[in-house]
Structure formats: C-alpha cells, structure tokens
Design a protein around this ligand. Structure first.
Ligand code: MRU
Length: 346
C-alpha cells in the first residue's frame, strides 16, 4: 500500500486503511475484514473525511455481504450500523443506502458480494475523477500569487483522490498560482496540524500552521487572499456543515473582505435537507477536549462542549465549488441544477 493511500480495496477480502489517528508519527496500515472493525475505524476517525467515509461505507456493505449470507436482513442491518457511526457527513449514509438498494434490486446471477465489491471499486474511481474535476473548477478562486487559509484535512487522506479544498490548493500551487498555505491546527483532533501539514509538505507547498484561535487575526492581517474549506453536508439553501471552526473562519473572512469558498463534491449536497437547522451535528466525547490521546491537561471528569462540526450560514459563503461546476449565491437554484447535471466524465 502506497504511503499516502488512505484506503485500498481488497475485493473478496476486505480493505486496508492507513490509520489516520497515528499520523504523522506512524504510518500503520490496518486490514479490516469485519463490519464491526469497519464501524470502529469510522467512529474512531482511523478513516475520516466526508468523501472517504462514503467510500468506507460502500466497502462496509461489501464486507457485510462477504461475511454473512448477504440476505436482505443482514444487509439492512449492516446499512443501519454503518449509518449510525457518524451522523453529519451525508456521503456516509447515502453510500450505504445506495449499496443496499443496489443489492436488493439486483436480479442477475452475479452474487451480491461480487456486485457490492465492484460498486465499491467504481465508487473509488468516481472519487478520483471528481476530485480532479473539482480542482479544475476551483483554481480560478485563488488570486494569482496569493496565500490561502484552509481548515481541517481535505486532502487525499480525506477522499482517496487528490482531495477537495486541498486538491484545489495543491493544483493551484502546481500551476504557480498559490504562493503559500496557512493551516489551522483544528482542535481537538488536530487534523490540520497532523494531516494537512503532512500532505502539504509532501506536495512541496510552503505552509504555516496556526492555532485555531489565531484565525481572526490572520485574516485581519491581510496576508490571506482566500479561505477554502471542505464540507460534510451542504443543505439545499447552501448552509454548510464542516469541521467545527469553519463558521468562525467564514465570519472573520466576511468581516475582512476575504472570499470564503467551499469545495465539495455534489454527493455532499443534500437537497433533502432544507437548511442548516436540519443538519445533524455530531457531538463527541468530553475527553477529546481535555487532552490529546494519553496526554491530559485538564482535570479528569471535566465537562466539555465538543461538537465535531458547525454550520456556516449560506450568506457567508462566496461560492461552492463542485466537480460539476460552481454554485454562487443564491445557492438554492444553483445547487439543485448542479445536483441534476450529468456527472463529470472519467
Ligand atoms: O471529523 P473529520 O476529520 O471526518 O472531519 C472532516 C472535515 O470536516 C472535512 O473538512 C470534510 O469532511 C471534508 S473532507 C474532503
């Protein structure tokens, strides 16, 4: 498995993932062959990032078919188990439900497990193609010679392609457009400090890490030409759920006249959710806030406010870049049109 590959499909066996909780200190590949192990890996963020969660869900349904009688009940139970691991990223539940529907509707002689593995392989190929198309649409949002700010991790580790927001930025760097990247730590699980800086170093992009608390002062300083983040779920009106802290970045960007751009595939646009108020936000354990792993700095047992995501209102978003094109305000019509548009070819 290549060092930077977050998930490899082993049809008929299971998957291998790069355990993202251990990066960048250790590059450990973990083989997953049971539904229980897959659900644990998703809940613990060993595999993470909205598009990659969709792929993991598709693989989980194939694993379920492989390890059971692949009957209707077994697959329905697997779909429900995957769906409840993490509630915010719409790609996860959608991919599990799509796999279930495909299996239940299949009439031919092909065994369900084979069908679901083939679909998972196809899902991965789609991710790769969509990231490239998205990056091409996003490049025009990077002012020539400017620095960008990004949050959390939206690179290859989060999608299995070149990434969404980070794919836009590394593509712009390769084209000589981007000069520098500012990356937030992304407390409490440090996806920015641990994963994005690791990916940007490999891409050769000059990078500066900042505490989440320094976002407003960085944007006020005039050093940043654009802020670009990913998304876990985009409601029909453009309200966008993404890693907690995104809303604060959008507020500060608006105050200082910095464009704030969301980069996400159309699979992350959830037309059935009218607005951000209806997006389920995952809350995580208290102990993630009072320390990191074994390192504790807050008293044991302290209460914590620990939403994994927040919702940025659509009126703070300059544009939503997808693999099918760009949505600009007002988002409702534009997002519906992109959702209905033909997919980017492979
Ligand atoms: O909790 P995580 O690490 O799964 O959260 C990831 C994010 O919030 C990303 O910004 C989002 O999923 C987009 S990934 C291309």
């Amino acid at each position: 498995m290549a060092a930077h590959e977050p998930l490899r499909i082993l049809p008929g066996i299971g998957i291998e993932i790069l355990d993202q909780t251990l990066l960048p200190g250790e590059e450990r590949v973990v083989r997953i062959c049971t539904l229980g192990a897959l659900c644990e890996a998703i809940s613990a963020l060993r595999v993470r990032g909205a598009p990659l969660l969709g792929l993991a869900a598709a693989c989980g349904m194939a694993i379920a078919a492989e390890t059971t009688d692949a009957g209707d009940d077994a697959l329905r139970e697997a779909c429900a188990a995957i769906d409840k691991t993490r509630p915010t990223a719409v790609d996860l539940g959608d991919a599990a439900r799509a796999a279930l529907a495909r299996a239940l509707a299949a009439q031919g002689a092909q065994p369900r497990r084979e069908l679901l593995w083939a679909d998972a392989v196809d899902y991965l190929a789609r991710r790769v193609a969509e990231d490239r198309a998205l990056a091409a649409h996003g490049r025009s949002f990077i002012p020539h010679g400017s620095a960008a700010l990004t949050h959390c991790n939206t690179g290859a580790l989060a999608t299995a392609g070149i990434g969404t927001a980070l794919g836009v930025l590394t593509t712009a760097w390769d084209a000589g457009v981007l000069s520098h990247c500012y990356v937030t730590e992304t407390r409490p699980l440090l996806q920015g400090a641990r994963l994005t800086t690791w990916e940007l170093a490999r891409a050769g992009v000059p990078t500066t890490l900042l505490p989440d608390t320094a976002v407003a002062s960085l944007l006020a300083s005039g050093r940043v030409g654009v802020a670009v983040t990913g998304a876990d779920r985009i409601a029909a009106n453009g309200d966008t759920a993404n890693k907690v802290g995104t809303y604060g970045i959008a507020l500060a960007a608006a105050r200082h006249g910095v464009p704030f751009v969301i980069a996400a595939p159309t699979s992350t646009v959830d037309i059935s959710t009218a607005s951000g108020a209806a997006i389920p936000v995952e809350f995580r354990a208290n102990d993630e806030v009072g320390g990191f792993g074994a390192h504790r700095w807050a008293p044991d047992g302290l209460d914590a406010y620990n939403p994994a995501f927040d919702v940025t209102p659509a009126d703070l978003i300059t544009a939503i870049v997808t693999e099918r094109g760009v949505a600009r305000p007002p988002f409702a019509g534009a997002l519906a049109a992109l959702k209905a548009a033909p997919s980017a070819g492979r």
